[in-house]
Design a protein. Structure first.
Length: 288
């Protein structure tokens, strides 16, 4: 798996005055609602502006400090049409139906992170968000998710993935020491169209905990109020090792199809994206 190096811009991201004005009404309605949520604060995160993956074992991520509330008032209100407003923010920025390049994006584009956690027996842990969760309420989502903070990216040198996976693990209470280091797998980076091209990075990993152990740990999670329940989907032995025969590959793809069938209702974009990327990784003749 590659290592990661963060290259910071010297400038803090600031919303353009026109976008600030266009989202003022939406913000006045959404912020009172989300301010009642626990632990929500205007943290300093990073936004991805460019990716340099020319080196075989290193990926350089060019980032810029961004305020979390600027992300809420841009990427999360793209389709809000206020009274007397001529167009939505999405229409204003993407009128030609294409995304702006990351380096030129006018949105806050908070850099998100997601991880699929598997148990030793090949059970994929899936989280159902609580009805009162600020975002993606009642949706099925990856085992853990979060945002990459400025603090996570300020240490000099190359980063082990475990550093930036910290918040994902905290979300469901999985202790860091139970994650098998050699199992941590980088799956890729995508841009979520629904949220205006917000970049997301995806990983998979294996824990030594059983499903019961994960559920027990989740009771003490830092943000346990955000998820309603944890369930699992068993990939069994197909979750690990090489698929060395056509029969094994067919069995694996049958399980993948069964997963999508089971979670087609209420499944989130990040969950489906994560499993699709993981499937592609499992089928690759050589692993990253």
């Amino acid at each position: 798996m590659p290592k990661f190096r963060f290259q910071h811009s010297s400038e803090h991201f600031k919303l353009a005055p026109a976008i600030f004005a266009l989202t003022e009404e939406a913000s006045s309605k959404i912020f009172p609602k989300i301010s009642r949520s626990q632990n929500l604060h205007d943290g300093r995160n990073v936004r991805l502006t460019a990716i340099d993956d020319n080196a075989a074992d290193e990926i350089k991520l060019h980032v810029q400090v961004v305020n979390y509330f600027d992300y809420i008032r841009t990427n999360l209100v793209l389709d809000y049409l206020g009274q007397g407003q001529a167009c939505t923010l999405r229409r204003y920025l993407h009128s030609n139906g294409t995304l702006q390049p990351l380096e030129k994006s006018s949105l806050a584009d908070n850099f998100g992170i997601n991880i699929l956690i598997f148990t030793a027996s090949g059970e994929l842990i899936i989280q159902k968000r609580a009805p009162a969760a600020t975002f993606r309420a009642n949706e099925w989502v990856p085992s853990g998710s979060g945002t990459i903070s400025e603090d996570d990216t300020r240490e000099p040198g190359l980063f082990d993935a475990s550093i930036i996976l910290r918040e994902c693990l905290e979300e469901i209470g999985v202790p860091h020491h139970t994650v098998i280091p050699s199992s941590v797998t980088y799956l890729g980076i995508t841009r979520e169209l629904i949220r205006g091209g917000e970049p997301e990075i995806f990983f998979a990993a294996q824990t030594t905990l059983s499903l019961q152990g994960v559920r027990a740990a989740a009771k003490h999670a830092k943000e346990k109020w955000e998820h309603k329940t944890l369930v699992s989907f068993s990939f069994g032995p197909d979750a690990f090792g090489d698929l060395t025969s056509p029969e094994m590959t067919r069995e694996f793809l049958d399980r993948v199809q069964a997963f999508f069938n089971q979670f087609s209702e209420g499944g989130s974009v990040p969950l489906f994206t994560a499993v699709a990327l993981w499937t592609e990784y499992r089928l690759a003749p050589t692993k990253l």
